[in-house]
Design a protein around this ligand. Structure first.
Ligand code: SF4
Length: 402
């Protein structure tokens, strides 16, 4: 539904449910996501998770009693209108969870949340956790989409990234998942690594394409503040790839994958057909409500965004004391919502509706210039970024909204 001039609307798609699993076996030196290697916290985390869900339910009951009902967005409800059509277990490393705990999580979720019949259920997995037995269990629990953190098929690059798995394990995991009947595989890859040649990156891509993955996420290595990699970079022990080269690699990756039948539908994401665009992650870009559970998880109900305490201990303590583990919240103004629709929209091939650009006089004046410069095309009432436009997606929304 296109936004109107008075009140920007979030997408009317069903909401998504996200669960953050904050555990990793080891920390990769480039990773800025919150996770801990202390797996003795799995059990208290699981108890706290049950408590978080129970408090959310109580809050919703209180809203219902006061006549506000589920999905009331302006009054602060975080329980979006049911049913959800996606469940995403991300992290951290969800695939490291022992069978008993993972089964308990699915039981808990199925008891408290309703899903549409054909919900997309994604589990993030590291290749070294993938075994035929695990794959069977995940399928039995309802997982129908596997997101595998392969990163690269070069042993030297895997070592640089501090990954636990070998290229051989990644190949084995992909083959085993296919053999087990997984027909919606997403693969995460990283490029623009120091010392990586273009030929090396294309060799990884070629080998990955032989598995015909339904989805590819190709991320450029970024230096996240506070990580060991950032420290190496700060003392010149690691030289990041320069911006010109990053841009060239981005364009080449996009051309290469599109020539192999993939749709470049978001800056870092490629799908082997519209049906395989990641339904859950698309909610973030389309401004669709989502509920996030667990440490560091974010939620959005159409107007308000909240985020949980990041530390597992802090998260558990807040819940043990009967409080919600919320670290912060912001209620977006109409102006902020309009800007977000632009920022997020220009990250995707879908772009932004011309209706959503109307409140920005500068956009109306300069749209033609951006089209002439080859950064945008206007089609079917939408301004869509081109491949070149993706390179400047963040500044596009700022330039058009000035
Ligand atoms: S396994 Fe994933 S989440 Fe864990 S530290 Fe490595 S990159 Fe980060």
């Amino acid at each position: 539904m296109p936004p109107n001039d008075e009140m920007p609307q979030s997408s009317a798609d069903p909401p998504g449910l996200y669960l953050h699993v904050p555990f990793c076996r080891t920390k990769c030196p480039y990773c800025g996501f919150y996770s801990t290697t202390d797996t003795t916290l799995i059990s208290p985390w699981l108890e706290a998770l049950a408590e978080e869900i129970s408090l959310l339910r109580d809050g919703e009951k209180a809203l219902k009693k006061s006549g506000q009902g589920p999905g009331v967005r302006d009054q602060g409800s975080l329980w979006p209108p049911h049913p959800f059509d996606t469940l995403y277990l991300g992290g951290g490393t969800p695939s490291l969870l022992p069978d008993r705990e993972l089964t308990a999580i699915f039981d808990l979720i199925q008891r408290h949340f309703r899903f549409t019949g054909a919900a997309e259920v994604t589990l993030e997995a590291n290749p070294d956790d993938v075994t035929p037995e695990k794959l069977l269990l995940w399928r039995a629990l309802g997982v129908n989409r596997l997101s595998l953190g392969v990163q690269t098929l070069s042993e030297a690059e895997l070592r640089f990234l501090g990954r636990r798995h070998s290229a051989g394990q990644a190949r084995e995991a992909l083959a085993t998942a296919r053999k087990a009947g997984y027909d919606n595989l997403g693969i995460d890859l990283m490029y623009a690594l120091p010392g990586q040649t273009e030929a090396g990156w294309l060799a990884t891509l070629d080998e990955i394409l032989a598995f015909q993955p339904e989805h590819l996420s190709c991320y450029q290595l970024s230096i996240e503040a506070g990580t060991p990699l950032a420290k190496l970079s700060a003392c010149n022990k690691m030289k990041p790839v320069d911006e010109d080269r990053q841009r060239a690699l981005f364009l080449h990756t996009s051309e290469y994958l599109e020539s192999h039948g993939y749709i470049h539908y978001e800056i870092s994401n490629f799908a082997r057909g519209e049906a395989y665009a990641a339904r859950h992650n698309s909610k973030y870009w389309r401004h669709t409500p989502y509920l996030g559970l667990g440490p560091a998880a974010h939620s959005f109900n159409g107007r308000e965004r909240r985020w949980n305490l990041a530390g597992v201990k802090e998260y558990c303590e807040a819940l043990a004391q009967g409080g919600m583990p919320v670290a912060g919240r912001e209620v977006l103004t109409q102006e902020q919502l309009r800007l977000e629709i632009l920022c997020l929209g220009f990250r995707t091939r879908q772009g932004v509706s011309l209706q959503a650009l109307k409140p920005f006089p500068q956009a109306v004046r300069t749209l033609a210039q951006y089209c002439q410069a080859g950064l945008l095309v206007v089609e079917q009432g939408r301004a869509r970024p081109t491949r070149q436009g993706f390179l400047v997606a963040d500044s596009l929304s700022l330039m058009l909204s000035e």
